[in-house]
Write a protein that binds this ligand. Structure first.
Ligand code: 5GP
Ligand code: MN
Length: 326
């Protein structure tokens, strides 16, 4: 029996589900959660869905997203089993994890190479472009009929984690599953419009400000961008609205690694990381207490200032690249 079939069997032995996903959730996190949640509901299960800070504005077009709770709203004692999605460690569901009854079985479904196998049951597939692919396989094994709502959610999950099928994680399996979801009613054009062409005006004004900070290091291999907390206030933006800005660093010819350093309101520095060459940003992020994939990762640092964070991170990058770090 294949692992997704085993996991499907394990899930169907339970009745009251909590499905949780990571803080600052992306399309894969929310799309996968809704896809699995709706599938389990079709099989008569009671399902609660939650992510630490609730659903970001840009993903509220997803059917069922209004049902997703934030950490503050969940009742700890109501579940037989917890399914954690797209999260490489339990710190990613901070606020929810602390509320779980001790001993509750945890099903860990994820595609990050940095996953810590923290579950009672673990289904980790680093060849999956998105957790959404894994959920699709589970739903098929559970004999769930994929309707248009599930198709939209899972297509969004897979499309966002592959940059709409441009990134190197896109495989024949990814495209086959995506094709099935389009047959079930997901519309790529409409979903792309919701994801990429429905930003608040201020987020694009902010992008202009952030692009002005784009710099290359002395080797020309590292690009970085900066975001200051008072800019967030000035443009009335939430942190999720800077999502994707880090990708601009990677667009520069010759750049191998790109970073975005963002001041958080809690005084910490969030670091977004992207690679377009051999450099493994997932391993770098893990070393710094975060995680992710070889080509897209992140972490949070306590350094106090962006300049200090940059020094720490670049020092490690130069060391890994075998360059002198001054
Ligand atoms: P993004 O830069 O789009 O927020 O994240 C890129 C990838 O790295 C995503 O797969 C995300 O889940 C992962 N990631 C980002 N920040 C962290 C972090 O602080 N910890 C862990 N474990 N993974 C992260
Ligand atoms: Mn993902």
């Amino acid at each position: 029996m294949e692992i997704h079939q085993e996991i499907a069997g394990t899930l169907l032995k339970h009745y009251r589900f909590l499905i949780a996903t990571h803080v600052l959730p992306d399309g894969d996190a929310i799309g996968s959660m809704l896809g699995l949640g709706m599938g389990l509901q079709k099989r008569g299960r009671r399902v609660t869905m939650a992510c630490p800070g609730g659903v970001p504005e840009n993903l509220r077009f997803l059917p069922g997203s209004e049902e997703i709770l934030s950490a503050d709203d969940i009742e700890p004692s109501e579940y037989d089993i917890v399914v954690v999605l797209d999260s490489s460690d339990l710190g990613r569901i901070e606020g929810i994890y602390e509320k779980l009854p001790s001993g509750i079985p945890i099903v860990n479904i994820d595609h990050h190479a940095t996953n810590k196998s923290y579950g009672t049951y673990n289904y980790i597939d680093t060849s999956a472009a998105a957790t959404g692919e894994q959920i699709y396989k589970i739903l098929v094994s559970m004999n769930v009929r994929v309707d248009v709502s599930i198709a939209v959610c899972l297509f969004t999950a897979i499309a966002t984690d592959t940059g709409f099928f441009r990134f190197s994680n896109t495989t024949p399996t990814t495209l086959r599953i995506a094709a099935r979801l389009v047959e079930k009613g997901a519309e790529p054009g409409a979903i792309s419009e919701q994801i990429y062409e429905a930003r608040p005006l201020e987020s694009l004004k902010m992008l202009g400000r952030v692009l002005d900070t784009l710099r290359l290091d002395k080797t020309g291999k590292i690009a970085w961008l900066e975001v200051y907390d008072d800019w967030m206030t000035e443009f009335s933006l939430d942190e999720e609205q800077t999502e994707g800005f880090v990708n601009y660093g990677r667009m520069v010819r010759g750049v191998e690694v790109a970073f975005l350093f963002r001041e958080s309101s809690d005084g910490k520095i969030r670091v977004g990381m992207r690679s377009k060459g051999e450099f493994d940003v997932g391993a770098l992020a893990e070393e710094l207490g975060g995680g992710g994939h070889a080509k897209a990762a992140g972490c949070t640092l306590d350094t106090g200032s962006i300049a200090q964070a940059r020094e720490l991170v670049f020092g490690k990058v130069y060391k890994i690249m075998g360059l002198a770090g001054d």
